[in-house]
Design a protein. Sequence first.
Length: 241
Amino acid sequence: MLSEKQDHYLAGTSLGAWYAPNITSSKTGGIGSWSEEDLVAYLRTGHVAGRAQAAGPMAEAVEHSTSHLTDADLHALAAFILKVAPMEDEADHTARDAFGKAVNEPDIRTKGPQRIDDLAEMDGPHIYDANCAACHGRDGAGTQDHYVPSLFANSTVGAGRPDNLIMTILKGVDRTAGKEHAFMPGFDGQSNVQRLSDAEIAALVNYVTATFGSGDHHVTPEQVKNLRGDSKPVNPPAKGQ
């Protein structure tokens, strides 16, 4: 969060493959439209319906740190964060959770079965239908209980930088806070559900942001490849360890 740079305090920074977003009180680049209760809920659970869901390093911070704070400490921390001077963001010019709405997409599935040995890469709408629509809905609204979040009014999908959406698709979400467990499978090379190529993830990200979020970011397979590589451990353990 660049806390050591006072002229850029809490205004966001890259954390390897992930991006720690601006959390200053800016109402466009940051979280200035959040209430104290919103921020407390996020720090306690990693989830605020219609705003944000924690994944990656932030999910770890919630699970292992902020979810264990007392209510008094959470409110004190939230009040402090929301008083930090606003810093505008070069990528986000509208609140990240302010984009999109449920869509009425036509059913693109064919009546005939698809051959399982057909390895041709699909386009964004077909990748979404095959891998995402069962949980997030063809309209992107998620589930009524918000366990599966909507893809609109979603700070990851609405962000001006697509990094965290790419990484969430690659790595998924596995976050426990209190008695609540949030899970979404990843689609990287270790996926147990579906392993998507760099080109397929790029097409999916562009479709999701164009349909539910801040617009088509024209993500390329090369961008996905770079983030996929950056997410690997610097010193992976030796075999048998």
